[in-house]
Design a protein around this ligand. Sequence first.
Ligand code: EPU
Length: 359
Amino acid sequence: MPASPLSAESSAPDTSGLVIEAGVNLKPYNTFGLPAVAQRLVRIREAADVRRVVDHPELGRAPKFVLGGGSNLVLTRDVDAVVLKVEIQGIRLLETREDAWIVEAGAGVAWHDLVCWTLDHGYPGLENMALIPGTVGAAPVQNIGAYGIEVKDRLEAVEVMDLITGRPALLPADVCRFGYRDSVFKHSDFGGLAGKSVITRVRFRLPRPWQPVLGYLEIERKMAETGITQPDARQIFDWIVAVRRAKLPDPKVIGNAGSFFKNPVVSAEQCKDIIGRDPGIVHYPMPDGSVKLAAGWMIDACGWKGKTVGGAAVYDKQALVLVNKADARGAEVVTLARAIQESVYGRFGIRLEPEPVVL
Ligand code: EPU
């Protein structure tokens, strides 16, 4: 993995500042609001805390689980691994280049707060990704995206701390192997970094001059409704916030982890076959000739909106989102998800892949 060392962070071991909490209820720390207990939890408030964990006589060798905003997580059991809860704060303009502003944010900053900060300070470019739940550190892990932009399109570099050596490294965007809701941070094999490193800070590249990213159906609809043909970044932000509020549940009100399944990508032939049987299927041709299918449409077509398993339910305004309707347990969410997968496979011959990590 090509990476340049960050000398300032590799200071001497120091275990004195660590607070190890025992028996911590994780319900407030996952957006699904699922119950689970962390046997041991350590708050990472600065990158050096990771080094302190690595050098700690007991924690150093123990398995670890990195928790960001808990927005992409289904907890089905208590967690034996040491939970590292990343709470690193801070946002700053790092550099003004001729062609971009470089903004750096701590991994524990709430994603939407970063979007607001960049707009308030005159560095637009993240507005299409407004209101995505989770933290800055979780954003590159699954390459979050919405309304025509993915985080990879705005990413300069990711600062990580190695969980074996306790050393920092700066990973440029091109080594992060970004794909659709995918990155090097999601995999543990083939040189992947899952479970091997902690993202501490993220650097964003916001191109100058700013160009709006339009063309997405719902933005075009807003342009037609309002007659605004050249929206500024703030206008796009307002539209995206309105669109998301109308169809996605607010995790503060009703627990959820965003889209529960990825939109599957199939070959043109396979898509033709499905269209033959289901002419209404929503699909998007991809530049490489493959076709992305709308999983939400397929789940909806199988009649799942509003259906429940225990306290878990399919959201009634967007079938791609599973919600915690009433004190759901992780096992109920998983049972519901499996039933949906079977039903979609039965009708369309497509295996849906979950987006969140199931623990
Ligand atoms: N649809 C239905 N019924 C439903 C849900 C969707 O018919 O119950 C149809 C919609 O009418 C639309 C199509 O399916 O024609 C696609 O739905 P939508 O535009 O809502 O987008 P999506 O494919 O469901 C994706 C991302 C979202 C992102 C939006 C906007 C994934 C898995 N999801 O959703 O990301 O906000 O596009 O860009 O790629 C997330 O990943 O957590 C997430 C919310």
